[in-house]
Ligand binder design. Structure first.
Ligand code: ADP
Length: 445
């Protein structure tokens, strides 16, 4: 298999993880987050802006009309259900649409509107009369490229003169082809080949270059080098845009190599809190008893959508099987599945086709389950040394923003060991976790 393109058929919790596995994890997480999310993250933090030229005025817009978009694009934006720009879009869009074009490095957590912003910028900058590639967007994996492509297609729905082509593995074009599409989206290796070796694209004619998910991209040394080689083929006048969900030193160093003279926009990650969450625990003596307790509360939890976390794949598989045997319709998300399969499971769950998703602690690590209002820890999250994994607990159960929906968390305790973990989690957050009697459910309803 071609590991560099996001084939995540690997073992979970493997101690000898390679760089590629790590990158696959990041890419898979990013994809699953995109798929599970159907709207913007609530943000209460303010954007931080560093202008290349601090003396020039800083524009920010509160409506899409103020941007003077082409009517076809405004129509596309509204058809997607967007009423006003997101926090990051308020400042990023005027910068990206300014004349002459300005370069931008933008960092904000997943779900804050980065993709929608650069898609709008690309669509605004193309000249549909010109039948050659003018915008180039690189994504870390095949799946992420497809996902961004879908956004371009949706937003450009009323602008059919603008065409899109995918530079991804498997898309083989005849030698000597000269692309007519105005927008090219792909993975770094294929894009580089299409520019350099195969000459399907004339890089000198590119007006906008977007590098998406820079933090995932740099997890693979090869992608970093390919991206830099692509960037070097572009004209000086080309607008360079780079996006990242996180910003460690390494991402920053890479960003500065890709984007000369940048404006910089940063939006701090929203703090997660347990304030709006009702936390409970249930005492059991075995896996089977936990299953029984779960059946007792099943009616109450499936009023909303629920996610159930298990420590191992084996338990997750067993539990999903038992629940199905009881006649419940549940989905299983497991680490041995290919990323495409995982994506399909997440999409079905997001669309409400299944109300309950059973998964493992490792597989769902880093996935934002904000939409889900009931979380069951069938096993409590522990790290590899057997200590409470407070960070995972918070990420899984906590909510962001002041307006975060109320949620419900139920922890299953089945031993003295897990009771101790629960107590330590409770102490760590200084938030009471109440005992729940599953034979008497008035409490949670
Ligand atoms: P990011 O790239 O930062 O992860 P996206 O651009 O994918 O964020 O946006 C996250 C979600 O919010 C998507 O479902 C997208 O359709 C939606 N979205 C983006 N911008 C807006 C907006 N201005 N108003 C409403 N929804 C938006």
């Amino acid at each position: 298999t071609n590991k560099t393109e996001g084939n995540t058929n690997k073992t979970e919790g493997n101690a000898n993880k390679t760089e590629e596995d790590d990158k696959d994890d990041k890419a898979a997480q990013s994809l699953l987050n995109k798929l599970i999310r159907s709207n913007l993250v609530n943000t209460t933090n303010q954007v931080e802006v560093l202008q290349r030229d601090p003396s020039s005025p800083l524009y920010s817009v509160k409506s899409f009309e103020e941007l003077r978009l082409k009517p076809q694009l405004l129509q596309g934006v509204y058809a997607m259900g967007f009423n006003r720009p997101s926090k990051i879009q308020e400042t990023a869009l005027p910068m990206m649409l300014a004349e002459p074009p300005q370069n931008l490095i933008a960092q904000s957590q997943s779900g804050t509107g980065k993709t929608a912003a650069f898609v709008l910028a690309m669509l605004s900058h193309v000249d549909p009369e010109n039948k050659w590639p003018q915008c180039l967007c690189v994504s870390p994996t095949y799946e992420l490229a497809l996902q961004t492509g879908k956004v371009i297609e949706q937003m450009g729905k009323f602008y059919p003169e603008v065409q899109l082509v995918y530079a991804i593995r498997g898309n083989k074009l005849e030698r000597g082809t000269r692309l007519q599409e105005q927008i090219v989206i792909g993975t770094p290796g294929t894009v580089l080949d299409w520019c350099q070796k195969l000459k399907f694209i004339d890089p000198k004619k590119i007006k906008v270059f977007v590098l998406d998910e820079a933090d995932v991209m740099i997890a693979t040394q090869g992608h970093q080098d390919q991206s830099i080689r692509i960037q070097r083929m572009l004209p000086k006048s080309c607008q360079m845009l780079l996006f990242s969900a996180t910003f460690e030193e390494t991402v920053w160093n890479f960003a500065k190599r890709i984007v000369p003279d940048p404006n910089i926009i940063k939006l701090k990650r929203e703090e997660e809190t347990l304030d709006t969450i009702k936390q409970y625990y249930v005492i059991c003596n075995s896996k089977e008893e936990k299953f029984q307790a779960l059946c007792n509360i099943y009616g109450a939890i499936t009023i909303a959508q629920a996610m159930i976390f298990c420590h191992t794949r084996k338990t997750a598989g067993w539990l999903a099987g038992e629940l199905s045997r009881e006649g419940h319709q549940v989905a299983l998300l497991s680490g041995e599945m290919q990323v495409e399969q995982r994506a399909a499971v997440i999409e079905r769950f997001r669309d409400g086709k299944e109300k309950v998703l059973v998964t493992t602690n490792v597989c769902a690590r880093g996935i934002d389950v904000e939409q889900v209002s009931v979380v069951i820890n069938f096993d409590l999250p522990v790290d590899k040394d057997g200590n409470p994994d407070n960070e995972t607990y918070l990420h899984r159960i906590g909510r962001t923003g002041r307006f975060g929906k109320r949620g419900l968390a139920i922890n299953m305790v089945d031993s003295r060991f897990s009771m101790n973990i629960l107590n330590r989690i409770q102490e760590h957050f200084n938030k009471k976790i109440e005992k729940l009697d599953t034979d008497d459910l008035d409490e949670i309803e």
